[in-house]
Write a protein that binds this ligand. Structure first.
Ligand SMILES: *Cc1c(COP(=O)(O)O)cnc(C)c1O
Length: 399
């Protein structure tokens, strides 16, 4: 029997590879500081569970395919507060931002079509785009220039007759890069001039540390091109709720996505009930979580900057940082940290950089750190990383 080309083109998560070694290290009594995964530790507002507890219906029925009307209304009101007026019919509630991405790619890409994505990028893009039969055409960026890419002469040469869309993540995972409004404007202009979709993944919108929260959705003249990817996962620290949204004023796109939404019947009813309640959370919740992440960002950046030979730019948003280390192979370094190193019985895990790239061989000196630990632990974790790097470089020298 044969498996599909589509699934063969997909990749397994690069982080999985290290799991057995982490298990072994823990069995030896080693404590591992986990900077490899982006699971926030901030408490989900109690409103989520309370709303589900007070659910009174006798039958747990399917929800409407585009979403429960009051849930759609909650998303609509949220955007109205950002100054963007959507019609309920512009919004499809999805199983996380993940399903919104998949629906967008399935609706936009034909077999062999290309989508322009700055690299390093969120690895699941690669899987979803491959599932839709598409191909990533990467905009290469570099740690030396802070992973910035919004320049006409870097993007236009990538456009050809197979190009259907530009995908941006703002603020960025894995880089933490935040696009300024003039950069978003430029990307919107390029999409408009070339008749492309501009897919904006802004699931970290609340986490911007220098500058005000903005959204590409406010650009009135490109509404036909814009596809917004939304999610409660990061916004309300509710990753397990699995609620997101696909939003666009492009009627044809929404109609396409609706076909998929109807076939998968509905998004979990109770999760929508809980998620809707999250949108009533007071804005002080965001101020407090943003401040907490800003402190973590500051610790992470200050510590990394001090390590000799490390190239980092200060992350401006989300809760990740990408760094280039003075090594050839971050995967080999990770194996060393798990198999051969500890400092007082402690070691560190990170996400090796190459899994965030489409270009073969790119990112091998880089790592992604998720600053999702409290500042004290984060500080200790980065000291352990620095010591581990020193030990690793010494070992290499000897060879
Ligand atoms: C977490 C994440 C998502 C989607 O997550 P869901 O939990 O499915 O909403 C989408 N894009 C990026 C960049 C992410 O980091």
């Amino acid at each position: 029997m044969k498996l599909s080309k589509k699934i063969e083109n997909c990749r397994l998560s690069p982080i999985r590879k290290f799991y057995p070694y982490a298990v072994e290290a823990r069995q030896r009594g080693i404590f591992i500081h986990a900077l490899n995964i982006g699971q926030p530790d901030i408490h989900t507002p109690a409103a989520y569970v309370e709303a589900i507890r007070s659910y009174k219906e006798k039958v747990l029925s399917y929800a409407p395919s585009p979403g429960i009307p009051s849930m759609i209304e909650a998303v609509r009101n949220y955007y109205a507060r950002l100054g963007v007026q959507y019609d309920p019919s512009d919004i499809v509630i999805t199983t996380g931002g993940s399903e919104a991405l998949l629906m967008a790619f399935l609706s936009i890409l034909d077999e062999g079509c290309e989508i322009i994505v700055p690299e390093p990028f969120y690895p699941n893009y690669h899987t979803f785009i491959s599932m839709a039969g598409g191909v990533i055409r990467p905009i290469t960026t570099s740690p030396e220039d802070g992973y910035r890419y919004a320049e006409r002469n870097r993007i236009e040469p990538l456009i050809n007759e197979k190009t259907r869309a530009i995908l941006i993540t703002n603020p960025g995972n894995p880089t933490g890069t935040f696009l300024h409004s003039d950069e978003v404007r430029l990307l919107a202009d390029i999409a408009k001039e070339n008749n492309l979709f501009l897919i904006c993944d802004e699931v970290y919108r609340e986490f911007i540390y220098d500058g005000a929260m903005t959204t590409a959705a406010i650009l009135e003249d490109v509404q036909e091109h814009l596809v917004m990817i939304d999610s409660v996962s990061k916004r309300f620290s509710a990753c397990g709720a699995r609620i997101g949204a696909l939003i666009s004023r492009n009627k044809a796109l929404i109609e396409g996505a609706t076909k998929i939404a109807q076939a998968r019947l509905s998004v979990a009813t109770l999760d929508q009930v809980g998620a809707e309640a999250l949108y009533d959370v007071d804005s002080s919740y965001f101020d407090a979580t943003r401040e907490e992440y800003r402190r973590r960002r500051d610790v992470c950046y200050a510590k990394m900057k001090q390590i000799p030979g490390v190239v980092v730019a200060e992350p401006k948003g989300a809760f990740y940082m990408m760094a280039k280390l003075p090594i050839d192979d971050a995967e080999d370094f990770q194996l060393f940290l798990l198999n051969e190193f500890d400092d007082n019985g402690e070691t560190v895990m990170f996400a090796p950089g190459s899994g965030f790239y489409a270009t073969e061989g790119a990112g091998r000196s880089e790592i992604r750190l998720a600053y999702v630990l409290c500042t004290e632990q984060l500080s200790r974790a980065l000291d352990v990383l620095a010591k581990g790097l020193e030990a690793y470089l010494k070992k290499k020298e000897k060879k």
